[in-house]
Design a protein around this ligand. Structure first.
Ligand SMILES: N[C@@H](CCC(=O)N[C@@H](CS)C(=O)NCC(=O)O)C(=O)O
Length: 210
């Protein structure tokens, strides 16, 4: 049995953020596939056992059962000594961007990607609104990355793993990332060039969609 157990599935970019960290830090981990599209995370039993919030990812390690990808990344950075902060100032900077990620960067992109590419709703006022919000959040990050290799500067951290998690998937959101946000595009490639990086399909299992 592996030391770390990650509950997740391929389409979950939030699970992928944690999978990247587990793989890139070289710890002993395994995935427990979650039948997300069949409603497993809505079942009382699953919520009682793993996460009362009804969300993936969940990480089990020894006596701990953790949810929220940002908090899990922070837990793993502290345990492994990798991709974490070197000072309280860096720690605050990491959390500033992880909170921004959860609220706006991933927070708007993930539902847009879901509506456009998985639910296939077609264009609606909701997709239009979300796309505008994504462009706003991505513009801020693109500007920040204009003169930095990574969020903290020259060194990759969990903030980069959190924010790029959803950017390694094909999406049908209608945003031309390389054309509109070239600094983000180069940053994504930089993260993909880090040692032990692997794409979502190599780390997370596909589960039935129906
Ligand atoms: N802020 C959370 C977001 C987690 C999240 O929204 N996970 C999705 C799957 S990618 C989920 O389980 N959604 C279930 C729902 O919203 O009901 C994190 O970063 O872990």
């Amino acid at each position: 049995m592996a030391e770390f157990k990650l509950h997740g599935f391929f389409e979950s970019g939030n699970a992928y953020k944690v999978a990247m960290m587990l793989e890139m830090t070289g710890v002993d981990w395994e995935v427990i596939p979650v039948r997300f599209f069949q409603g497993e995370t809505r079942e009382h039993n699953w919520r009682d056992k793993f996460n009362e919030l009804g969300e993936v990812p969940v990480l089990q390690h020894k006596e701990e059962t953790l949810s929220q990808s940002g908090l899990i990344l922070d837990y793993l950075a502290a345990l492994t000594g990798k991709f974490g902060a070197n000072s309280p100032t860096e720690q605050r900077e990491i959390w500033r961007w992880i909170l921004f990620d959860n609220h706006k960067f991933t927070g708007n992109f993930a539902p847009l990607r879901y509506l456009c590419g998985i639910a296939e709703t077609g264009e609606t006022p909701v997709t239009e609104f979300l796309r505008q919000r994504v462009r706003g959040a991505w513009s801020a990050a693109d500007k920040h990355l204009a003169n930095r290799s990574f969020i903290l500067g020259q060194r990759p951290s969990i903030a980069d793993l959190s924010m790029t998690g959803y950017l390694f998937y094909n999406d049908a959101t209608g945003i031309d990332r390389s054309g509109e946000f070239p600094n983000i595009e180069r940053w994504v490639q930089r993260v993909a060039s880090l040692p032990r990086w692997q794409p979502p399909e190599a780390l997370l299992p596909s589960v039935p969609r129906t």
